[in-house]
Design a binder for this molecule. Structure first.
Ligand SMILES: [Zn+2]
Length: 71
């Protein structure tokens, strides 16, 4: 998969997406959540409503983006 489709990515691909700087950068640029395309995303390209549903592994990746470390 090399692009984010218009409906957001399938949940099972989120881990992969969070390791792809291009996908995260794209979500941030259009200000649309990687998963649901809602507006208002954080440094990891995720919106506030999706964050509570993230797994521990996904949260860890998200925190790396928030800390400016990247994937
Ligand atoms: Zn979302």
């Amino acid at each position: 998969m090399d692009r984010v489709n218009s409906e957001g990515i399938p949940r099972e691909q989120l881990i992969y997406a969070l390791t792809q700087p291009k996908m995260v950068a794209h979500a941030r640029r259009r200000n649309g959540c990687l998963l649901c395309r809602a507006k208002g995303v954080n440094e990891a390209g995720l919106c506030a409503s999706c964050i509570p549903f993230l797994s521990r592994e996904e949260l860890k990746l998200m925190e790396r983006w928030m800390a400016g470390v990247g994937p």
